[in-house]
Design a protein around this ligand. Structure first.
Ligand code: PLP
Length: 466
């Protein structure tokens, strides 16, 4: 198991000056920089419009991943830049440390209005890891303020990705991402995820939910502050919860006075066809962490949306959440988020995702029906994964070596060459992940179908040959 494979493009002629600068000076994230040289280019994306982006050679790609699950409203939305310019003229920056500014207040009120239940208070951050980090710190301080100072631990799920800063990384459940940095922050523990494709058929459907209670009891409920889960778990390939899973976890958390945090860095802002992923599953958490699609990624912004019950102790007397980030609530990011939400409302992007989801899903189900390499299709809204297997009947998966050859050696580069950006991932069993902009429609589904069908067919021929 490794991190996400990257596309390395062979022989496109003489490298451009920007290629050379990138190779020499830019440190790309989660990237094997040594894989690029004179003959193997870095994909250089220079322009975007709607669901598509273009590279420096003028080649067009369908952005089947919304960059990184985040350009939800699609590329080329000049009005988001115009909103930023208006705000820059008015007030380019002021901080949220002891000061407010109108656009952060307007945005907080708008988010509170859209969020479920009594989640009415927003603590802004610059991104998703900081939101997760802040939510853990907030749960610890909440319990201290309410007379339970020993409640410090947090429980997340195996294979889940929650970010890379030390607290968030400790919560992340992906071993190869954790080991280079150990020892991590003490107090983060992991429970099984909801990957029922790999369960025995007669297993109780709420087994994974009950496993969370098992971990709470094993750790000692008096020491557990919070449980953090994504509505649909990204890493491992869009694991959806079983019916009733979230309700059972909510009951468990209430029983043990443990806060329930929905990590919606991906699942909020229409990705599952609702403003918040938890709305799809009918549950109200105590906090939601968000980022990415809040601004459709036109500016860096995240936040923790907190229930009145959890926020109230911090609002009393001289109490303070002793935590802050310079750029939290940045006015330009907030102005972009407001304009982004205007687009969501005007174009009913959530409604579009719900209306088109059956067609998107139907196309993927057909790939599974037709192709021997596709073992499972799962996900919700515009957030789906195909799991690749060696044998559909037995669900036999690929060894680490085979997976390296299949994903890195063949598929990542091949999908890109044929005009589709999506994720070929092996942070669990090998999967292809799709998360197109929320404006994607039949034309884009057809393109995804064509490219995946040809690349997966060739991948299967390679496997049979070997
Ligand atoms: N939480 C989840 C569920 C995520 O998917 C991510 C990023 O993909 C993060 C947290 C971290 O967000 P960021 O990369 O903005 O720090």
């Amino acid at each position: 198991m490794a991190t996400t494979p990257q596309a390395v493009i062979d022989d496109r002629g003489a490298p451009s000056a920007t290629q050379e600068k990138a190779r020499r000076h830019l440190w790309m994230h989660f990237t094997r920089m040594g894989g690029y040289d004179e003959r193997h280019e870095i994909p250089m994306i220079v322009k975007g419009e709607g669901s598509y982006v273009w590279d420096e050679h003028g080649t067009r790609y369908l952005d089947g991943l919304s960059a990184l699950f985040c350009v939800n409203a699609g590329h080329g939305r000049a009005e988001l830049g115009e909103a930023a310019a208006r705000q820059a003229k008015e007030l380019g920056f002021y901080t949220n440390w002891s000061y407010a500014h109108p656009v952060a207040a307007e945005l907080a009120a708008r988010i509170a209005n859209l969020a479920p239940g009594d989640l009415n208070r927003v603590f802004f951050t610059s991104g998703g890891s900081e939101a997760v980090e802040s939510a853990w710190k907030l749960s610890r301080q909440y319990h201290k303020l309410t007379g339970n100072p020993l409640k410090t631990k947090i429980i997340s799920r195996e294979t889940a990705y929650h970010g890379t800063t030390f607290g968030a990384l400790s919560i992340t459940g992906i071993t190869p991402l954790r080991t280079p940095f150990e020892p991590l922050v003490p107090g983060a523990h992991h429970a099984p995820n909801t990957n029922d494709y790999r369960w025995a058929e007669d297993r109780d459907p709420l087994w994974a939910a009950d496993q969370i209670e098992h971990v709470i009891e094993f750790q000692g409920p008096e020491s557990v502050a919070a449980v953090i889960l994504e509505p649909v778990q990204n890493s491992g390939g869009c694991f959806v919860p079983q019916d009733g899973y979230w309700q059972r976890v909510r009951e468990i958390c209430d029983r043990h006075n443990v806060l329930l945090i929905a990590d919606e860095v991906i699942c909020s802002w229409g990705r599952l066809g609702h403003y918040f992923g938890v709305d799809r599953f009918g549950v109200v958490p105590d906090m939601i962490t968000t980022a990415k699609g809040l601004t459709s990624a036109y500016a860096a912004m995240g936040g923790v949306i907190v229930s009145d019950r959890v926020a109230d102790p911090f609002m009393a007397d001289t109490n303070t959440f002793t935590h802050g980030i310079t750029f939290g609530g940045h006015p330009i990011s907030a102005a972009i988020a407001m304009a982004n939400l205007d687009i969501f409302e005007r174009e009913d992007l959530c409604g579009h995702v719900l209306a088109k989801e059956p067609e998107f899903r139907g196309m993927l189900d057909k790939l599974k029906e037709d192709l021997p390499i596709v073992g499972d299709v799962r996900g919700a809204g515009y957030f789906h994964a195909l799991e690749l297997v060696k044998d559909k009947e037995t669900k036999e998966s690929f060894s680490d070596e085979e997976s390296e050859d299949l994903l890195r050696g063949f598929m990542s580069g091949e999908l890109y060459k044929r005009g589709l950006i999506c994720r070929a991932d092996d942070r669990g069993d090998p999967v292809i992940q799709l998360s197109p902009p929320l404006i994607a429609d039949t034309e884009e589904f057809e393109l995804i179908d064509n490219v995946l069908r040809s690349v997966l067919t060739e991948a299967w021929e390679r496997i049979v040959r070997h």
